[in-house]
Design a protein around this ligand. Structure first.
Ligand code: PRX
Length: 651
């Protein structure tokens, strides 16, 4: 690993400053975080920095603030009122791009908040959002925050059933959607999907619909409302509701090791403070920076790194509606040139995809505005890292490989050019940020020596951490805190090298990362098994050169069904319908046996070895060893029928 060191040493200061800050943050965390928290606007100061009743942390207890005030009001009241907050680029380009200054954002935020109030939403109510990447999405999130309502954004690629499950779990009283969104020139029929979902969601009183695509939709009298018909005048003011620091800002669902996604609940105070700090440390944001994060707002990266952190800093950012390769494969490079993007934050899947199109596409554009590049969501290989560094950053721009999770709320391990940029290594997230006490441990909970793989854990509470899992404190405790008492289990494998650099190796549990999107194996298997033809299904991830991993299903059919391309197609369609297009399998193999232990546990590592053509390993614990031959036979016979799918989305 040491061979990958890059010659940064001449350009960057020594690490002592970072190490000193890190040491201080762990020695006196409360003092450290209180100092950071004073950078934000509080309506009432906190009484206590931290209440740590393991595993529940409450930060800045008694303090009152409002996230929308921090993100918008304080800029709209300053010279930044005429500064651009959002350059919004529609998929089809100039014809419908929009530029929103902080004062425009302020006016819109107030109007949207007034509408929510008028429709009966109040503090503590849950509001679901199922929207394309248009400015109305962050504005509605902020409008919820303004009145103390709790938003739950559902990625627009999820199915009606996934949306309904999330609405029902939160008991949201309102859903906000659009008449459509554009993706590769096609209109996503979001309202139709929302209608299907809401049919089984009795808690929903109103559906607000944003007009985006001029797509015909059904409007249900008394329930559905067009946004543009109901908005208040531009001068309307809604006072920001002061909320206690631990009032939930949002609930965001993510996949785990059981079939049911978890509603991760984030606070207002701790979350805002931590995001504000990590954004500054990692991205070295400056007043003149033009920042672009390519994530969808529907994921945590979009929540923290498109909405809350950049706006809290008064940053100018680009938001792009569509896909990286539409209408042309140089679309993203064109956007960087058009807006003079200086900080470009994306995913390894996107980098691999763009690398596949070739650097000649990037060379068509002037990318000299770039100063810093970032990566998130999955491990980035040294090869992809070096391509990004060489051909996009032209060997000038540091790359921040940022490790974090929906649960952590913000970036935890990453280079920190905003403090001091350590010499980088291609593919390493470098060091934990201040306040982050990370360790790598073995099965017994003991720290492992360098160059030994282990579980990545966090040993101290941090302000951005989740408050818990919505309505499920037991699951919160058992998923993250029980296996190694007192330590937060991230679910990832990691290793440090001899210089102490962290290298994140991927999930240690049964969670897949498909194009950076997180999907639980159990969730996929349950969805597959709910199809009428399927008796049992087992899912494994297969290494994919672009998406990182792809989904492979091994399915046992019920006796009355016989394998056929049609049954396979039906199952694929069913998974898309139950979860969404991100759950589209790359391949489905029909088999007559699944490899199981004597206690009935499916040995998925055998399936993985078969599809990746690696050694099968020890099979002595299998109940029926002929299952392996059966699986190999299915794989060999059916592979030719399934040539693989193109990438459909990026994280
Ligand atoms: O496996 C790790 C991977 O993404 C997981 C978290 O997924 P999610 O909650 O969807 O949040 C993604 C965006 C923050 C982690 O457990 N992951 C995230 N960042 C990295 C990463 N793996 C390697 N390197 C990273 N930089």
């Amino acid at each position: 690993m040491n061979d990958l060191s890059l010659p940064f040493d001449t350009k960057y200061m020594p690490l002592a400053k970072l190490q000193e800050m890190h040491r201080r943050s762990l020695e006196s965390p409360e003092e450290f975080w209180a100092e950071q928290a004073r950078q934000l606007d509080w309506f009432k100061p906190w009484d206590k920095v931290l209440e740590w009743d393991p595993p529940f942390a409450r930060w800045f207890v008694g303090g009152q603030l409002n996230a929308s005030y921090i993100c918008v009001d304080r800029h709209a009241k300053s010279w930044r009122r005429s500064k651009v907050a959002i350059y919004w680029e529609g998929e089809s380009g100039d014809r419908n791009s929009r530029v929103l200054s902080y004062s425009t954002l302020y006016a819109e935020l107030n109007r949207f908040a007034a509408l929510l109030k008028k429709l009966g939403v109040s503090k503590g109510d849950r509001v679901a959002l199922y929207m394309p990447m248009i400015p109305e999405l962050p504005i509605f999130m902020l409008a919820c925050a303004r009145i103390g309502a709790i938003h739950t954004v559902v990625f627009s690629g999820f199915s009606a059933q996934a949306l309904a499950d999330r609405i029902n779990d939160t008991q949201a009283k309102m859903l906000i959607t659009a008449d459509g969104g554009f993706r590769r020139g096609k209109v996503l029929p979001l309202k139709a999907t929302a209608d299907e979902a809401v049919a089984s969601c009795p808690s929903i009183e109103h559906v607000i619909v944003v007009k985006r695509a001029d797509n015909p939709v059904n409007m249900k009298d008394g329930r559905d409302i067009w946004l543009h018909e109901q908005l208040e005048p531009e001068t309307h003011y809604v006072a920001p509701e002061p909320v206690e620091s631990n009032h939930p800002l949002y609930i965001l669902y993510t996949s785990g090791t059981t079939g049911k996604p978890k509603g991760i609940v984030h606070s207002t105070g701790g979350y805002m403070v931590h995001n504000y700090c990590s954004y500054k440390w990692v991205f070295n944001i400056k007043e003149e920076s033009v920042y672009w994060c390519t994530a969808d707002v529907g994921w945590v990266t979009g929540h923290s790194e498109i909405v809350y952190a950049p706006l809290a800093h008064g940053a100018a950012m680009v938001i792009y509606e569509g896909a990286p390769d539409y209408p042309d494969v140089d679309r993203w490079w064109q956007i960087i040139e058009k807006y003079g993007v200086s900080i470009f934050y994306t995913s390894p899947t996107a980098i691999r995809m763009l690398k596949g199109f070739g650097e000649k596409e990037a060379d068509k554009h002037d990318l000299s505005s770039l100063e810093l590049l970032g990566s998130v969501g999955e491990p980035i290989s040294p090869e992809a890292w070096l391509w990004f560094y060489k051909y996009i950053g032209k060997e000038r721009c540091p790359i921040v490989d940022t490790w974090w999770q929906t649960e952590t709320g913000t970036i935890m391990i990453s280079p920190a050019p905003g403090i001091v940029c350590a010499p980088l290594k291609a593919g390493s997230a470098t060091f934990p940020l201040p306040g982050v006490d990370a360790e790598i441990i073995d099965e017994a909970g003991n720290p492992v020596p360098p160059e030994t793989r282990g579980y990545l854990v966090l040993k101290k509470p941090w302000p951005g951490m989740m408050l818990g899992i919505h309505n499920n404190p037991d699951r919160y405790r058992s998923t993250y805190w029980e296996r190694f008492p007192g330590k937060y289990l991230s679910g990832d494998y990691a290793v440090t090298d001899r210089d102490g650099y962290f290298w994140i190796l991927g999930r240690a549990d049964e969670v897949l990362k498909i194009a950076g999107h997180r999907l639980g194996i159990a969730e996929l298997e349950d969805a597959a098994a709910s199809h009428p033809s399927i008796a049992e299904a087992a899912v494994t991830g297969k290494a994919d050169p672009v998406k990182g991993e792809s989904i492979v299903v091994f399915a046992l059919l019920k006796p009355e069904f016989t394998p056929s391309p049609q049954v396979r197609q039906d199952l694929i369609y069913h998974l898309r319908k139950v979860i969404g297009p991100i759950a589209t399998p790359e391949a489905v193999y029909f088999t007559t046996k699944l490899p199981k232990t004597r206690s009935g546990k499916i040995m998925r590592r055998i399936l993985k070895a078969v599809v990746e053509n690696t050694p099968i390993g020890d099979i002595s614990t299998l109940e029926d060893q002929t299952a392996v031959d059966e699986v190999i036979k299915s794989f060999q016979e059916q592979s030719a029928e399934q040539p693989g799918k193109p990438v459909s989305s990026t994280g």
